[in-house]
Design a protein around this ligand. Structure first.
Ligand SMILES: [Cu+2]
Length: 268
């Protein structure tokens, strides 16, 4: 229905509602553009110098324009109150229950996305800026904290199971970034010093999207939508949406690798 907008492929549950709102806004703006342009042309001709050699200071006496303005205001109010506000409320008032979601913490930095999963215990381990090592521990995760032992971290690699709400906590280490997932219709500024939650339900796996687009190299991307410095253009993450089984397999692999490195760090 909104294909004429030329939007990227849609892959999240709430996205269709958002696309519809975007479509309606475009239609209203197109009508206004045509209307005002026609009015402008009419005025150019109607009040041309040849017909009105002397200025008339009485002004307009008809109330047509007043009614037109009121109609436009009503249409805009309907869009705002009837479409946009319920959509926004649906996004921010009712977060999915954490127990039924894939929970991820994402810490943005110049110029990467640090991805942090709580692991099987469901608890994010303690982090401390003092422990940050840009090479080995960009999140500053304290592996001596029991809750941190099973935490999985990656750089720029976000894996999500399909059809399950993804509940993401966003924060930044340095400047303002913006977490954008085009196909999920998600865009949220990431502000240092605060944690902002976003959520969505991915509905199409990466494999399905490859089939749908006929592009075997298709991949979902996290892009930074806020000019955040010289390397902004390369601040790009990758999202793999997969079946629950594949996601579990990936997570188990990550956990297995963790076992090794955790032991190593004890002996170091
Ligand atoms: Cu950025």
């Amino acid at each position: 229905m909104t294909s004429w907008l030329g939007l990227p492929q849609l892959a999240s549950q709430h996205g269709a509602q958002l696309d519809r709102a975007l479509g309606v806004v475009h239609v209203l703006m197109a009508l206004l553009f045509v209307g005002w342009s026609a009015f402008f042309l009419y005025v150019l001709v109607r009040f041309r110098r040849g017909r009105n050699p002397v200025a008339d200071h009485n002004g307009v006496t008809s109330h047509t324009s007043t009614w037109l303005e009121a109609a436009v205001a009503v249409a805009e109010a309907v869009l705002l109150v009837g479409l946009s506000m319920p959509l926004w409320a649906d996004r921010v008032d009712h977060l999915p229950p954490p127990a039924e979601s894939t929970r991820v913490r994402i810490v943005a930095q110049q110029f990467a996305w640090n991805i942090h999963y709580p692991g099987p215990d469901g608890l994010f381990g303690r982090t401390d800026p003092k422990l940050i090592d840009e090479q080995s521990n960009p999140l500053g995760l304290d592996r001596s904290d029991p809750a941190a032992k099973d935490d999985v971290t990656t750089i720029n690699q976000l894996h999500l199971p399909v059809d399950r709400p993804a509940l993401i906590q966003l924060t930044s280490k340095d400047v303002i970034h913006s977490f954008a997932l085009q196909e999920m219709r998600i865009k949220q500024d990431v502000i240092p010093g605060t944690t902002i939650q976003v959520w969505f339900v991915p509905k199409v796996t990466t494999d399905d999207m490859r089939r749908r687009t006929g592009n075997p190299d298709f991949g979902y991307e996290i892009s930074c939508a806020q000019l955040c410095g010289l390397g902004h253009y390369r601040m790009r993450g990758y999202v793999t949406v997969e079946s629950a089984e594949d996601f579990k397999k990936w997570m188990d692999e990550q956990e297995a690798q963790l076992g090794g490195s955790a032991e190593e760090s004890i002996w170091r």
